[in-house]
Design a protein around this ligand. Structure first.
Ligand code: ATP
Ligand code: SF4
Ligand code: MG
Length: 322
C-alpha cells in the first residue's frame, strides 16, 4: 500500500442564517496531506489522540469515504480511480475491522449468517458457505463451531463478538486489513488474546495490516512500524523499535511518557503535555503542535516543519529534531 499526499476535508454544513452572515465555506481538515507505505506482510500502526484523523485515513483508503486530494496504490492499482465492478473486486481484497463489536454486528442475524454475508454479496456462496463459515469459526477460536453458527450476537461476550467480526473480515481471503482500534472497547483481560489471534491469522493468511490505535503500548505489541499523527499530519514515522528507543518528536515523547514502564531499572525521559488537540477547522499556524509544545520557539509559530528522514526509515517533522 502506498499513500501519497492524502487529504480529506469535510465541509461544515451551515444553516441558512449562517450563510447570510458569511458565504465562506469552512472545512474540517481531518487528514491534511499524509504519505506512507505499508509493505506486504507488514503491520503499520497509526497512532494519535482522538480526532487526529486515524479513522478517516483508514476509511478513505478503503473508499468508504471519498478523498479530497492525494493518491493511493495497492498492488500498483490506483485505488482512487476505481469505479463500479473494479471497485467491487478491490473491496474483496481490502477489509476493515471496526472498534465496536457491539455496533458492528447486526443483532437480528445469526453468527453464521453474519459471516456468510460477504460471500453472498460477492456471489461466492455456491451452496457451500456453511462449510466455509464453520472453518472460519474454528479458525478464530469459536468452538464448537456448530454452536456458535446458530447463536446471536447478544449471546456472546465482547471478545467473542470481535472474533466474529474478524471471521467476517477474513472470509473473502482479503490481503489488506484496516483494523480500527480492534481491542480498545474490549475487557483488558481479553485484549492480548484477540491481538495474538490477529497476528496468528496474519501469518496464516499472508495479511498486511494498517493498525489504528490511540495507544502506543498496543502498537508496540503488534506493529513493525508506526506513524504518529497529530491534527491530520504525520509527525513521526519509523520502526517501532527505533521510535520507542529514541522518539524524536515532542508529541511522540509525550505519548510514550503516558505508558507505564514495567521494568523499574529502565529510565525514560518523561514529558507531560497539557491541553487538548485544537480544532481541525483552523489548525494553528506553523507547527500545529506549537501551542502545546514545551520547546516551541518563534520559528515554530510561523514555519511548518516538514517530515524529513533523520536516519534510515525514521522521519520526523520538528524544527528541533531535523
Ligand atoms: N463524516 C464526518 N463529517 C464531518 N467531520 C468528520 C467526519 N468524520 C470525521 N470527522 C472529523 O474529522 C476529524 C478526524 O476524525 P477521525 O474520526 O478520523 O479521528 P480519529 O483519530 O479516528 O479519532 P478517534 O481516536 O476518536 O477515533 C475529527 O475532528 C472529526 O470530528
Ligand atoms: S517544531 Fe517546534 S513546536 Fe513543533 S514540535 Fe518541534 S519544537 Fe515543538
Ligand atoms: Mg477513530
Amino acid at each position: 500500500m502506498v499513500v501519497e499526499g492524502l487529504k480529506k476535508y469535510f465541509e461544515i454544513r451551515k444553516s441558512f442564517l449562517e450563510t447570510l452572515v458569511s458565504r465562506k465555506r469552512e472545512f474540517i481538515k481531518a487528514v491534511d496531506g499524509i504519505s506512507f507505505e505499508v509493505g506486504k506482510g507488514e503491520v503499520l500502526g497509526l497512532v494519535g489522540e482522538s480526532g487526529c484523523g486515524k479513522t478517516t485515513t483508514g476509511r478513505v483508503i478503503l473508499r468508504l469515504e471519498e478523498p479530497t486530494e492525494g493518491r493511493a496504490f495497492f498492488d500498483d492499482i490506483d485505488l482512487f480511480s476505481l469505479n463500479g465492478e473494479e471497485l467491487r473486486k478491490m473491496r474483496r481484497r481490502m477489509q476493515i475491522i471496526f472498534q465496536d463489536p457491539y455496533a458492528s454486528l447486526n443483532p437480528r442475524m445469526k453468527v453464521g449468517e453474519i459471516i456468510a454475508h460477504p460471500l453472498k454479496i460477492h456471489g461466492l456462496s455456491e451452496g457451500r458457505e456453511k462449510d466455509t463459515v464453520l472453518e472460519f469459526l474454528e479458525m478464530v477460536g469459536l468452538t464448537p463451531a456448530e454452536d456458535f453458527y446458530n447463536s446471536y450476537p447478544h449471546q456472546l461476550s465482547g471478545g467473542q463478538r470481535q472474533r466474529v467480526a474478524i471471521a467476517r473480515a477474513l472470509v473473502l481471503h482479503p490481503e489488506f486489513i484496516v483494523a480500527d482500534e480492534p481491542v480498545s472497547m474490549l475487557d483488558v483481560s481479553v485484549r492480548a488474546t484477540i491481538l495474538d489471534l490477529m497476528m496468528k491469522l496474519k501469518e496464516k493468511m499472508g495479511l498486511t495490516y494498517l493498525f489504528i490505535t490511540h495507544d502506543l503500548a498496543t502498537a508496540k505489541y503488534v506493529c513493525n512500524r508506526v506513524a504518529v499523527m497529530y491534527l491530520g499530519k504525520i509527525v513521526e514515522m519509523g520502526s517501532i523499535d527505533r521510535v520507542f528507543e529514541e522518539p524524536l518528536h515532542p508529541y511522540t515523547k509525550a505519548l510514550l511518557s503516558a505508558i507505564p514502564i514495567p521494568d523499574p531499572t529502565v529510565k525514560r525521559e518523561r514529558l507531560v503535555i497539557g491541553g487538548e488537540v485544537p480544532n481541525p477547522i483552523n489548525p494553528p499556524p506553523g507547527c500545529r503542535f506549537h501551542p502545546r509544545c514545551p520547546f516551541a520557539t518563534e520559528r515554530c509559530k510561523q514555519e511548518e516543519p516538514q517530515l524529513v528522514e533523520v536516519e534510515k526509515g525514521h522521519k520526523v517533522a520538528c524544527h528541533l529534531a531535523a
